[in-house]
Design a protein around this ligand. Structure first.
Ligand code: G3D
Ligand code: MG
Length: 272
């Protein structure tokens, strides 16, 4: 028999980062260019079918779209009650919106809901010319909260399905995040943390489905002979080259180079 589950999910982030647009894209697969002010909260239901440990699960998400003004602390606290997970959304053209996730939304949510699964989203990835935030900044905040991140666009739909599925899988797995204090400082990374960042980055950007990306990642790691329990810096650099080769098959030269530079940024943060 199919497993059925219902979970409450919150979409959090400052005003106009694209929360409502993401819900619309995910639920109706359409993008409304007219701005709709969110009054308080709005709940939308979405059924997902996820394969987890070889079994089909029918996961119903109750999506809570919560108003962005930080002055409404009371409404926010009330809305966080009983939530099983959250998407924390920032706008990559406005750096302060990432600061708010780190300084306000994630900590306020944690106070009420504890270490529930989170997924960080850098929305408006279609506006790359105006971007003031990249994978590097987003990954630092996501790492600090022991969570994955995705660059998404509610306008084009890029990675929207992936992001919700990633959260769905963490909910099914019953993921408990490490507390923030135990998470890596943003200043330096261990080689394991760097490798972790690179793997997540590759899977989020490959664009051919998460499972396919993971399988390819395993293949390339084997080819390089990387030891995941104690990855060496030179092996990680070799892996980055192999991943660029994989990217080059689907992506333009500029895109492949950009992704490679972003992955190298993780290695640059390894001490020594
Ligand atoms: P909110 O619910 O977080 O407050 P909205 O944000 O979903 O209302 O979106 C705020 C504005 O950003 C809207 O613009 C919306 O069209 C735009 N937007 C949302 N997501 C994207 C995206 O991925 N790419 C682009 N280019 N724009 C996006 P308007 O002008 O209608 O106010
Ligand atoms: Mg809204």
């Amino acid at each position: 028999m199919e497993r059925k589950l219902v979970k409450k999910i919150c979409l959090l982030g400052d005003n106009a980062v694209g929360k409502t647009s993401l819900v619309k894209k995910f639920v109706f697969d359409s993008f409304d260019d007219k701005y709709i002010a969110t009054i308080g909260t709005k709940t939308t239901k979405k059924e997902m079918r996820i394969t987890y440990m070889g079994k089909d699960v029918n996961l119903t998400l109750m999506l809570w779209d919560i108003l962005g003004q930080k002055e409404y602390r009371g409404i926010h606290k009330m809305s966080f009650e009983g939530t099983s997970g959250a998407l924390l959304v920032c706008d990559i053209t406005r750096p302060d919106t990432l600061g708010s996730l780190e300084g306000y939304w994630a900590p306020e949510l944690e106070k009420v809901a504890g270490n529930i699964p989170l997924v960080f989203l850098g929305n408006k990835s279609d506006l790359s010319d105006l971007a003031k935030l990249g994978v590097r900044e987003l990954s630092e905040v996501a790492f600090a909260f022991d969570s994955p991140f995705y660059m998404v666009s509610a306008k084009t739909g890029t990675n929207v399905e992936h992001a919700f599925t990633a959260l769905g899988l963490d909910l099914l797995a019953g993921k408990i995040r490490s507390p923030k204090s135990a998470a890596p400082s943003s200043a330096t990374l261990t080689t394991r943390q760097a490798l972790d960042g690179i793997i997540v980055h590759f899977c989020a950007n490959y664009g051919q489905g998460q499972e396919f990306a993971m399988a390819l990642m395993r293949k390339q790691s084997d080819a390089v002979g990387i030891d995941i329990t104690n990855p060496r810096r030179d092996k990680i650099l070799h892996l980055i080259d192999k991943l660029a080769e994989a990217d080059a098959e689907f992506k333009s030269r500029e895109e492949t180079t950009r992704l490679k530079v972003e992955r190298r940024a993780f290695v640059e943060k390894v001490q020594g």
